[in-house]
Write a protein that binds this ligand. Structure first.
Ligand code: HEC
Ligand code: HEC
Ligand code: HEC
Ligand code: HEC
Ligand code: HEC
Ligand code: HEC
Length: 507
């Protein structure tokens, strides 16, 4: 084949390259514009942001094709000067009109591409960062977390503030993980309940501490609780205590109190035997003065080898505050609260027990549960106290309604999400919490324990039917009067041996 005909064939080819470029550019702009009009017309809070990026890329490829065509054309026209395929010599000549047009059109197209890209990224960013995207798009999957979030102290804190936080690397990581999650939802391969702890949750240092700085001294925090006993009268038993949260400060309570664990003054590490970190068997503390103690399970101590190969976790905020936004309250706790607030009438005999037991039953769906709760409670009162089913007495109807509302707000059978699936690590009443480490099993080589003295963590000020009068020694507080039988508990007892948060305590 002669030199000339080869050149002609390629020149013909460059025409196609240019044409394809034009088509892509037009397609990209048309698509972007169409999307924009669609959005304005539909006023859709759309998740289509990513499409803008796609269109911008289409335009960019179009421009690229033009560039290639340009280079090829010049090589063909003047093969002498462009013997190397990569080197194209080009002298800018502003006197030439075609060169000015060229520059202007390159600038304009790049600007438009950049605008499309920017707008698209912004739209997708806003959409995927929005609370409703996280909470509502995968409605069925996220319903438990979305519902509990809305009644939490952090209901005005966006999901991403805790789950992603600041910084590009976490942003990218979360988006990659997001794609995996979308896939899992699409093919229905996700686990129920969603397993916790979340392994790629951003460390507390970089999320919680953006708003709650650890140096903040909190001191004592008053806590008032109201319990209802299991008798016919639904007797009230109240408790008023000060939690010694402490924190960092010089002088009074220096580096002490519960927030000593904020790891300002010391660091705590531990090994858990289970995924959910409920079964802790080994703990090491490094104190401010540099002294170190290691505690091992006295009944079944971990061997040197097990310790060396296990995952050792540094304790942080999340080891206590693992439910700051999604607290699945135990039936005992929510029923106590509902009776205190009058939503469940205290006048209904044995309503505490009936309500807790109705909530503790297992159901497959929420609809089934709502019917089941109503049936169970009605049939109990029909047998035992039929007067509550008569016209004009709405106590039972109100109680049923409130119990159903509690169920809908804290138990999610299709996702298998409830208080037992997601134990709260604050406290020790319905789940082991603090007693995972502060117990009598955990022992150092010299026979020391991690303390279990009640008053190191809180001071009881008043308890019983009335808690208005306080007359205590603030160094020790009162011994806890156990509502079960009025005995005092002032030594370690594993509360979860009997208390599981559900109806089990009445068996
Ligand atoms: C105040 C911080 C915070 C906010 C705000 C927050 N979360 Fe969470 N979320 C957490 C923590 C802490 C966990 C539990 C982590 C663990 O145990 O490993 C969690 C756990 C989860 C889980 C796993 C299941 C579970 O219940 O443990 C999902 C799903 C979830 N969050 C979704 C959301 C959604 C959706 C939003 C917004 C509607 C949101 N979160 C807002 C802190 C937060
Ligand atoms: C964007 C800011 C912000 C972030 C991030 C944040 N919080 Fe909060 N948090 C608040 C505000 C504001 C309040 C006070 C709410 C109120 O008083 O109703 C609060 C209240 C609290 C409380 C006291 C109320 C309660 O529910 O007991 C705790 C505990 C708490 N946050 C823990 C955490 C933890 C743990 C994290 C990290 C997982 C976190 N917060 C992340 C802003 C934030
Ligand atoms: C050893 C367990 C533990 C650790 C670790 C811990 N906290 Fe707390 N924190 C508590 C307890 C207990 C309370 C009081 C009960 C409550 O508010 O739920 C509390 C209360 C709080 C409060 C509410 C204070 C108020 O005035 O109501 C905030 C905010 C808080 N913690 C933030 C944090 C942050 C941020 C971290 C991590 C840097 C952290 N905590 C680490 C146990 C802990
Ligand atoms: C992972 C194990 C672990 C968990 C869980 C845990 N602690 Fe501790 N805690 C320790 C260790 C270890 C020490 C240090 C004991 C020592 O120095 O001898 C300690 C010390 C303390 C102190 C004493 C601080 C001081 O002034 O010296 C308080 C108060 C405390 N913990 C409260 C709590 C509360 C409240 C909870 C639950 C919300 C809790 N801890 C959960 C391991 C734990
Ligand atoms: C390691 C710290 C720690 C020790 C030791 C401790 N507690 Fe507590 N306790 C807590 C915390 C933290 C809470 C608050 C939980 C919350 O915010 O719901 C609590 C809450 C309680 C409550 C209220 C429970 C509820 O859910 O309404 C009672 C009752 C109680 N403690 C009794 C005791 C008794 C009795 C002892 C001693 C045998 C003891 N505690 C030892 C940390 C401790
Ligand atoms: C041997 C079993 C057992 C142990 C251990 C036990 N309790 Fe109880 N507790 C009961 C029973 C049973 C009731 C029910 C009394 C009623 O409702 O009439 C009860 C009732 C209560 C109540 C009031 C009911 C309510 O709504 O919660 C509180 C508060 C309480 N216990 C706290 C504790 C704490 C804190 C511990 C651990 C320090 C503890 N109990 C250990 C059996 C136990």
């Amino acid at each position: 084949m002669s030199e000339v005909s080869k050149g002609a064939a390629t020149a013909h080819g460059t025409g196609w390259w240019s044409l394809a470029g034009w088509v892509l550019i037009a397609l990209g702009f048309f698509g972007g514009g169409f999307l924009l009009i669609l959005e304005v017309l539909l006023e859709a809070a759309s998740y289509l942001g990513a499409l803008y990026i796609l269109f911008a890329l289409v335009v960019a490829v179009g421009v690229l094709l033009h560039g290639v065509a340009f280079v090829l054309r010049r090589r063909i026209r003047d093969p002498e000067r462009h013997e190397s395929p990569v080197r194209v010599r080009f002298t800018l000549d502003l006197a030439k009109r075609s060169h000015i047009y060229g520059i202007v059109s390159i600038c304009l197209t790049s600007l438009l591409v950049l605008m499309l890209l920017g707008f698209g990224s912004y739209k997708s960013y806003r959409a995927t960062e929005s609370v409703s995207f996280c909470g509502e798009l995968c409605h069925d999957v996220m319903q438990p977390e979305w519902t509990t979030y809305q009644t939490s102290s952090h209901a005005r804190v966006a999901c991403v503030e805790c789950h992603i936080g600041e910084g590009a690397d976490w942003f990218v990581r979360s988006k990659i993980d997001g794609l995996r999650q979308v896939w899992a939802v699409t093919v229905d391969s996700f686990s129920r309940p969603i397993p916790t702890p979340i392994h790629n949750l951003r460390p507390a240092r970089e999320t919680c501490e953006e708003c709650h700085w650890p140096q903040k001294f909190i001191g004592y925090k008053e806590m008032v609780r109201s319990y209802t006993l299991s008798d016919e009268e639904n007797t009230q038993h109240r408790l008023r205590m000060l939690l010694k949260i402490g924190g960092e400060q010089t002088g009074f309570m220096k580096g002490s109190g519960i927030h000593y664990h904020m790891l300002i003054a010391a660091s705590v590490q531990y090994i858990a035997m289970d995924e959910r970190r409920q079964d802790i068997r080994w703990v090491r503390v490094t104190r401010a003065d540099g002294s170190i103690s290691e505690f091992n399970d006295a009944d079944s101590p971990l061997t040197e080898e097990e310790i060396a190969t296990a995952e050792v976790r540094n304790m942080d905020c999340m080891d206590c505050h693992n439910r700051p936004a999604h607290q699945f309250k135990a039936p005992m706790a929510s029923v106590n609260m509902a009776i205190e607030q009058g939503a469940i009438p205290r006048s209904l005999p044995y309503v505490k027990v009936q309500a807790v037991q109705a909530l503790s039953k297992k159901y497959e769906t929420t609809d089934e549960a709502l019917v089941g709760i109503a049936n169970d409670m009605r049939s109990y009162y029909r047998e035992e106290y039929p007067q509550f089913l008569e016209d004009g007495n709405d106590d039972l109807a109100r109680a049923i309604e409130s119990v159903q509302a509690i169920y809908q707000g804290s138990i999610f059978p299709t996702m298998k999400a409830d208080w037992s699936a997601y134990p709260d690590n604050i406290g020790h009443h319905y789940s082991p919490g603090c007693f995972r480490c502060h117990n009598e099993n955990m022992e150092s080589e010299s026979g020391e324990h991690i303390f279990t003295t009640c008053s190191n963590c809180h001071l009881i000020l008043a308890q019983g039917e009335s808690i208005d009068d306080v007359n205590v020694d603030f160094r020790t507080g009162l011994d806890f009067v156990h509502p079960e039988d009025g005995s005092t508990i002032n030594e370690y007892q594993d509360c979860v041996d009997c208390h599981t948060g559900g109806g089990g305590v009445y068996e």
